[in-house]
Design a protein around this ligand. Structure first.
Ligand SMILES: Cc1cc2nc3c(=O)[nH]c(=O)nc-3n(C[C@H](O)[C@H](O)[C@H](O)COP(=O)(O)OP(=O)(O)OC[C@H]3O[C@@H](n4cnc5c(N)ncnc54)[C@H](O)[C@@H]3O)c2cc1C
Length: 318
């Protein structure tokens, strides 16, 4: 079932959803299930699975030189989506990205997803390769999420890359996109960023999932600006509980978001990470209570491989 149908069937009730990472290469899928099992109590209607492209590592060779190798530390997005649908009978949303894919490879991946009965995709530009600093598209790939989105929309209309294909079966994906309450780091300002978000909606995206934020006012202002810009689709807030002291600097560096003073003061006072986890949970619960009160369609929890804090938060809310 599609994300947009889950949201409309909820009739204004806020849903509980999560985003997970595929396990590190070599990990057992049973570990993923044991992380997810407790969260099933809160009946997530769908689960997002991120996509991680290759990165480069350098290995010492016997001759003393370094060898550059391309590796994917977290493969398996499609397999995990199919496994979750099979194991829990819960819909999944694979993230699909421009980076590392030619248009042909994207088409083939979408065909696999369609054959597996996966009805949803979150369409993204994708992170730059670590150490490369800026995003570089494939020579025959897409540069922006809107370009990739257009390909998915075309396939939903039965238009594949080979125009000579006759009577091609249309896919039927519900398409989501990313939005940034605190602006995407590469956008010169929020107005320009919203122009491109609106483009993604006009092309056919049916909902937006936001980057994590810790100050609800930023989300409410973002929703207002989106509505003023004519973006009418559901805007799903992304929630991440802080669990370690170091996240107060890692999260702003990685995701280009601010940590409010009250929260960082609170974390600063904590003696150890066990105390930080409690403070992070308290903060997220307050955030979520207000978001539910103000009618958020879904709370989208970034689990980052740890379900316990999310379980604790969900237990207070759902
Ligand atoms: C909810 C969520 C989930 C994510 N999941 C993943 C994941 O699984 N894997 C992963 O690698 N990364 C993931 N990311 C990170 C994401 O890929 C990066 O933030 C990336 O830098 C931007 O992706 P986007 O889809 O928003 O890009 P785009 O919409 O393409 O925008 C990128 C930048 O280009 C600008 N822009 C957009 N269109 C145009 C245009 N036509 N012309 C000029 N400028 C334009 C935008 O304003 C923005 O500054 C996720 C992010 C979020 C918020």
């Amino acid at each position: 079932m599609k994300v947009c149908d889950h949201i409309s069937n909820a009739k204004g009730k806020t849903l509980f959803t999560i985003e997970i990472l595929p396990p590190l290469k070599g990990d057992n899928i049973k570990n993923l299930y044991s992380n997810l099992d407790p969260l099933m109590e809160f009946k997530p209607p769908f689960i997002d699975v991120t996509y991680h492209r290759e990165e480069y590592i350098y290995k010492n060779k016997e001759n003393g030189l370094l060898e550059k190798r391309s590796i994917r530390k977290r493969p398996g997005t499609v397999g995990i989506c199919a496994a979750i649908q099979n194991h829990y009978k819960v819909d999944t949303v694979p993230h699909i990205i421009c980076g590392g894919f030619s248009k042909e490879e994207t088409e083939n991946a979408l065909i696999d997803l369609h054959f597996l009965g996966i009805d949803n995709v979150l369409v993204l530009q994708g992170d730059a390769i670590k150490n490369e600093g800026r995003f570089v598209p494939e020579p025959d790939g897409h540069k922006y999420a809107s370009d990739l989105l257009q390909q998915v929309v075309n396939m939903n209309l039965g238009r594949y890359l080979d125009e000579e294909l006759q009577n091609s079966a249309p896919t039927d994906f519900c398409i989501g996109v990313a939005g940034y309450p605190e602006k995407h780091f590469a956008a010169p300002n929020l107005k320009t960023d919203l122009k491109y978000l609106k483009l993604k909606i006009d092309l056919g995206a049916e909902y937006v999932v936001t980057q994590m934020f810790f100050d609800n006012q930023k989300y409410f202002d973002f929703v207002d600006r989106c509505r003023e810009a004519g973006i009418k689709v559901p805007i799903i807030p992304g929630i991440k509980p802080i669990t370690t002291k170091s996240q107060c600097s890692i999260l702003p560096t990685t995701f280009h978001i601010d940590i409010p003073e009250d929260l960082s003061d609170e974390v600063e006072k904590c003696k150890d990470n066990a105390a930080v986890k409690e403070a992070g949970i308290r903060w997220a619960v307050q955030q979520c209570k207000e978001l539910i009160k103000r009618g958020a369609p879904t709370l989208h929890f970034y689990s980052m491989g740890k379900s316990d804090p999310i379980y604790r938060i969900a237990r207070e809310l759902f």
